[in-house]
Design a protein around this ligand. Structure first.
Ligand code: DP6
Length: 325
């Protein structure tokens, strides 16, 4: 009872920012992302009768802290589903997601864990079912089941049965690039989980955010299908700014941005002024991701690398979905 799966991380162009059910991880809004080929997690799950509890190693280190709790609680979902209570596993993950680049490893981490666990237990789940399981590990992870351009449909049902990801366009539909800009920034002090909850509960701007989302989502999907880079980039950038604006209206207010974050945003805007279409997006941290077209790569990377406070720039192409090793 052993299986290995590999999943890539994703970057949201329309952000998931808020839950309507924290236990089942049901979102208040639908979101849309691009799966990235540069960053992934490979996880082997091996169920063994002789184990008394789960064992989790990450990059060859045995994990015992809160990350262990999250993994073992998550496996409980599968044990209950498969009627295998008391059957424990060795979970071995290799994470190729540079945390310094500001990507949460939870997206690729939970997608790989869900896929490997389901395969090891021979559950024979559809991708849709797998996406629902993955969602319950970390919301954004449910989009990493698929490659290319992916929407997480928020759904309506209280039990989460209609809240899962679907593919909008496959990996080979459109060759765009995403540069992860690594900054000399301090660690974030508000996690995405805490930040989104505080925003939903207290931000005076939250309703405005929610009201604007359906139109953003429809328009960006049209842009993706038509490969209209300026449309997709400008909607993604504006959507990111709106999400971050909600944090300023929270109580107490907070922001993920640092001075270097804004310096990179200015570089991107000045690239556009000089004729190179590039657009930024930012998750729950200070780092910036920049979208651009392959033909502009040289100039975009040069300008980003010359920006004060930038220590590294890591390029990704559009990536594939779950694979089994
Ligand atoms: C800003 O998926 O990490 O990156 O569901 O609580 O695990 P949990 O949150 P998580 O939040 C991601 C928030 C975001 C936007 C996005 O990826 O859509």
């Amino acid at each position: 009872m052993r299986a290995t799966a590999k999943a890539h991380t994703n970057i949201a162009l329309i952000k998931y920012w808020g839950k309507r059910n924290e236990e089942l991880i049901l979102p208040t809004n639908s979101s849309l992302s691009v799966t990235l080929d540069g960053f992934y997690t490979r996880t082997t799950v091996h169920f063994k009768n002789e184990l008394q509890k789960d064992v989790f190693t990450l990059n060859d280190k045995v994990i015992k802290d809160i990350a262990y709790e999250r993994v073992t609680n998550y496996l409980e979902l599968f044990r209950n589903y498969a009627n295998k209570q008391g059957l424990y596993a060795e979970v071995n993950s290799i994470n190729k997601v540079p945390t310094a680049a500001g990507f949460a490893s939870s997206a690729s981490g939970f997608a790989a864990l869900a896929a490997a666990t389901a395969q090891a237990l021979k559950l024979d789940l559809s991708e849709q079912e797998l996406s629902k399981f993955t969602r319950q590990g970390s919301g954004s992870a449910c989009r990493s089941i698929y490659g290319g351009f992916v929407e997480w449909q928020k759904g309506q049902a209280n039990d989460g049965s209609d809240s899962y990801a679907i593919q909008i366009a496959p990996q080979d539909h459109w060759d765009i690039r995403v540069a992860a800009v690594v900054l000399t920034a301090k660690e974030k002090d508000v996690s995405s989980r805490v930040g989104m909850k505080r925003t939903v509960d207290t931000s005076v701007f939250y309703d405005g955010w929610l009201d604007s989302l359906p139109a953003d989502l429809e328009a960006i999907k049209e842009g993706i299908v038509a490969k209209d880079f300026e449309k997709v980039g400008s909607i993604a950038e504006a959507n990111c700014l709106k999400m971050h604006a909600t944090t300023l209206g929270a109580v107490p207010p907070f922001t993920y941005w640092q001075d270097t974050t804004m310096t990179v945003m200015q570089t991107v805007q000045s690239l556009r002024k000089s004729g190179f279409p590039a657009y930024f997006t930012i998750d729950a941290g200070p780092n910036v991701k920049v979208l651009y077209l392959p033909k502009d790569e040289q100039e975009v990377l040069k300008k980003l690398r010359q920006t004060d406070g930038v220590t590294d720039v890591i390029v990704s192409k559009v990536g594939e979905g779950i694979s089994y090793v």
